[in-house]
Design a protein around this ligand. Structure first.
Ligand SMILES: *[C@@H]1O[C@H](CO)[C@@H](O)[C@H](O)[C@H]1NC(C)=O
Ligand SMILES: *[C@@H]1O[C@H](CO)[C@@H](O)[C@H](O)[C@H]1NC(C)=O
Ligand SMILES: *[C@@H]1O[C@H](CO)[C@@H](O)[C@H](O)[C@H]1NC(C)=O
Length: 437
């Protein structure tokens, strides 16, 4: 009898312990999203430093801090004359823009560790990758019936789909992204631009006849839909025939045919990307995103970022309809003051210009960790490098990239992520990633 009672007590105790473990476990999950004093301090320092940075480098822009940890409003001086009109509403562009610093720091820091080239491995690992995703990346995808005939889809993508990523994070040290603004003709940046380890250009930007201003080097060229359709013209701009062409939108049959028949020997890839909402849609921002995913540092030239905007022009052709120049200028200034990029422009022409009040790496990391908690991002509050993965798949085979020839920083990063590849998931609300390990 005694024994039975004892057994009963013991089992009740076990039950209680189990419940306790359960409760602690759950509250621990909750704890990971709670901001510590350190987190609050990091966000506070980031904001106050950010405000000083914008005042010191923004050529008249000011950042007003909102009520919570994250909101900032970028304000242009009241005497700024907006020129750009929304083609739909006819409204002039505004003089103030609200941004979410936490969102920006969390998402852009994630980009630095991401792979932004579409691979076969990615489509294969994505749940219903062929049915839900791949067919959308092929022009007239609707006629492919969700890749019901997978052979056909594979065939259409085959010329632009590497098995595994051709690039890894930190593969290049210093990179430059060159926009197409007419402002480029105001400063002879050519030599300076050629000094970067990799240069990323956009669409049909010519080099010949403009080398004093824009340099000669071109490692990557990012193409929108229009340029991708005129791929034959684009490759003519490239005397070396070594530029890597990266397509922002879909692949279509006309392009496949050109690649086969001309033939185009350049590597051609499709771009994957993070979701930044409406703030970042243009080719310019996509180029910065690609740059940040493969380079230690990214500098930008040839974007309309100086006061006194009148009309958007290209350095190589007639005036063209530009879009949201003030919004863009405010956004790039935010990026500079988060330590993501450095802006070069006619009014910021000194190559040794120091961006004042740019946050230290350690502060960015601390603020990023705090932001992830605040935004309830996947894996927020954990230290494991693979915590951000919401889908994990085995790598099919070893990466093709020869790691022996990689820079030290790239190898160190590979060690940190245990050789995993991390891809952004485009419509993932909590910004989980797809990882192959
Ligand atoms: C699927 O596509 C391939 C390649 O175009 C073609 O040879 C094959 O006949 C197609 N299969 C079906 C069932 O339609
Ligand atoms: C460079 O200038 C020459 C002579 O004017 C012209 O024929 C050529 O098409 C130009 N090249 C580009 C890429 O604009
Ligand atoms: C990205 O990788 C670096 C190591 O290369 C690491 O220090 C950093 O925390 C990572 N960032 C994110 C957002 O995981």
């Amino acid at each position: 009898m005694r024994l039975l009672q004892l057994a009963f007590v013991v089992s009740v105790l076990f039950g209680l312990v189990a419940i306790l473990i359960y409760i602690i476990g759950v509250s621990d999950l909750y704890e990971t999203h709670r901001l510590t004093e350190e987190d609050e301090e990091a966000l506070h320092s980031l904001r106050t430093g950010f405000q000083k940075c914008v005042a010191a480098n923004g050529l008249g822009l000011k950042a007003a801090l909102g009520k919570d940890y994250c909101q900032v409003t970028m304000q242009f001086p009241a005497d700024t004359i907006p020129k750009w009109k929304d083609t739909k509403t006819g409204e002039l562009e505004g003089l103030s823009y609200e941004f979410n610093l936490c969102e920006a720091v969390a998402t852009w820091e994630q980009v630095r560790n991401s792979t932004t080239i579409l691979t076969r491995e990615f489509i294969d690992s994505l749940p219903n990758g062929w049915e839900d995703y791949a067919w959308r990346r092929i022009n007239k995808g609707d006629r492919l019936n969700r890749c019901k005939n997978k052979t056909l889809c594979v065939e259409k993508l085959s010329l632009v789909l590497p098995e595994t990523p051709p690039y890894v994070p930190r593969m290049f040290r210093r990179c430059a992204v060159i926009g197409n603004s007419g402002d480029l003709l105001k400063t002879r940046f050519g030599k300076e631009i050629d000094g970067y380890d990799a240069v990323i250009r956009e669409n049909g930007a010519p080099i010949q006849n403009y080398t004093d201003y824009v340099g000669k080097k071109c490692t990557f060229r990012l193409l929108n839909r229009g340029s991708a359709k005129a791929l034959d013209k684009v490759v003519e701009l490239d005397e070396s025939r070594k530029e890597v062409l990266i397509i922002k939108t879909t692949i279509h049959d006309a392009m496949n045919q050109m690649i086969r028949e001309i033939p185009i020997k350049n590597h051609v890839y499709l771009l994957l990307g993070a979701s930044f909402g409406s703030a970042a849609k243009g080719t310019g921002l996509k180029a910065l995103e690609f740059g940040l995913s493969i380079c230690d540092s990214v500098d930008m030239y040839g974007f309309t970022v100086d006061p006194g905007y009148k009309e958007w022009t290209r350095y190589f052709s007639e005036a063209r309809q530009g879009h949201t120049p003030l919004h863009g200028r405010a956004y790039y200034q935010m990026m500079e003051c988060l330590g993501l990029i450095k802006i070069h422009s006619p009014l910021r022409a000194d190559p040794n210009r120091v961006v004042q009040w740019v946050p230290e790496r350690s502060l960015v990391t601390a603020a990023r960790i705090a932001s992830e908690k605040l935004l309830r991002r996947v894996g927020a509050g954990y230290v494991d490098p693979l915590r951000m993965c919401s889908i994990v798949k085995k790598q099919i085979k070893l990466k093709l990239t020869s790691f022996l020839s990689l820079r030290r920083a790239a190898i160190d990063h590979q060690k940190y992520v245990k050789s995993a590849t991390m891809y952004p998931l485009e419509r993932s609300p909590r910004h989980g990633m797809l990882c192959t390990v």
